[in-house]
Design a protein around this ligand. Sequence first.
Ligand code: ATP
Length: 591
Amino acid sequence: MTFQELSRYFEEIEKTASRLSITHLLADLFTKLNPEELQSTVYLLQGRVVPLYEKIEFGMAEKMVSRSVLHALQLDSVDFAKQLGQIGDLGKTTEHFKREIISFEEKPLPVYEVYKELYRMATLNGAGSQDTKMKILAHLISQLDALACRYIVRIPIGAMRLGFSDMTVLDAYSWMVGGDKQYRPLIEKAYHVRPDLGHIGRLIKEEGIQALEAIQPTLFTPIIMMRAERLSSAEEIIEKIGECIIEPKYDGFRLQVHYRRATGEVKLFSRNLEEVSEMYPDLIEGVRKEVNANEIIFEGEALGFDPNARTFLPFQETVQRKRKYGIEEKAKEIPLKIFAFEMLYLDGKSYLTIPCSERRRTMEEYLVQKGDVFEDTVLIAPDIVSGDAKQVELFFDDAITKGLEGVIAKKKDGIYQPGARGWNWIKFKRSYSSKIEDTIDCLVMGYDWGKGKRAEFGIGAFLVGLYDEDNDIFKTVAKIGTGLTDEEWRELKRLCDEQITDSKPALYEVDKQMAVDVWVAPFLVVEIKADEITRSPVHTAGRIMKASKSGNALEVDVPGYALRFPRLKHFRYDKRPQDVTTLKEIEAIKK
Ligand code: ATP
């Protein structure tokens, strides 16, 4: 397939508002591609050349891409800037000029050729690389037709935003193979172990759908992390899973550690699968010195440590280690320790389906060094095994007294279920201050410009939603207009403005009354505290509609969920949109 033909699909998808129609379009497209083309195309659809967890970025700002356009089409910069101001989108502006120019260089370029050039651009670095990138892109622009140019400039500036999720691609694979959704569970399971959409698509094409059953954890490819269910008493926990392993719930940040001794290579991945190795040189060194395995994947909670007071630090201080600059100095000031709590892979063998107690036992053999909290960097979360609610309660009280969040109970024979929130892990936290014990993670869907004092920030309220995982749709639960500091409003607006979309994304279900001035692509997760979960007809989370008496319209049958007095706790940069609280969870919390 040529990139020009592929661009027709991009355009169709961009124009399509229904998720199901997008799925069909993708399935149709995938059917026409060979394995290699499919792999590249899937990355390009996401505006990338590698899976999301790989740290390869184009590093090209809009200005530099504009220079490529000017160079390729020999345009006057003032004319160009004027058009860009009017059209407001670099892709469409380039398309506009390209339509007016007769280019003798124009020719059909195979998708794979274009992909290779884009990959070269993204991986170039060092002196003179910016100039080379600019020229590669200019050469592509001169060879491609107008529509293809719209997309070829959007890719390097991260502006593809075709409005579908990874889950839509998984569905499309199923449609490609079986003409319906039947294979989605199998594909999703494989994706949780190896979240590389391109690799999965290629494997299906090359070896057939059954090949996915054999997918195993791969060193340096992050595994989607397992999550915990919640309960609010020790009795309930014991009733649910019987005698179990109880560990303290540390309040730091979760890391998945991948290590190969032969090369000394260590990669650290955050909750949202971002590679964050560069931020934590002290942890990397600790892993190299202390871990006793040839190859291992384990998870743990990283916590700041105060070497003077010899105590662990609260989340607000630990989180200061998340930074791009001044890494070494901060590492001296706030050294990190990691409390390992899971092992997923060891020396060529997957541990995902090994019972929890055995995983833990083996992990202890390979990780424990001196067992000294002051000297070691890699520690193991202490545990008890108990079937006695009173003992669990005591362990919990002890954790709370030490300033921890609570405990996590783990089913003794539970397997590690990548990407799932299940009863193999149960978190037990307590908050005395409000009716809803836990906070709720929501997706920011858009914002209103704001009036009065807020007008000066350009943002007055923002719309947030929950995830309906059965339908892969985000549904609204609150519009929040208070409780943020000036700094937080500015940060929110800055983040949102990087991801504005022309219209409401196909993945959002929003009542007319809740429409916003500015729609934002799904990317930003916020942690929200609320006093209560109530019901409201204008929110779509959990809302059920029915035909009205007259029969030609829909009316609310069961109103949706709404948050009472919602306020922002944190921006959750470590979570992906699909990690926000789901409809099923909110139903469980409400009970
Ligand atoms: P929360 O907001 O309650 O921390 P979350 O939404 O970030 O939870 P959950 O999967 O619901 O994620 O809760 C589990 C989290 O608790 C893990 O992601 C991990 O970061 C943290 N954690 C702390 N101690 C442990 C432990 N001993 N075992 C497992 N997870 C732990």
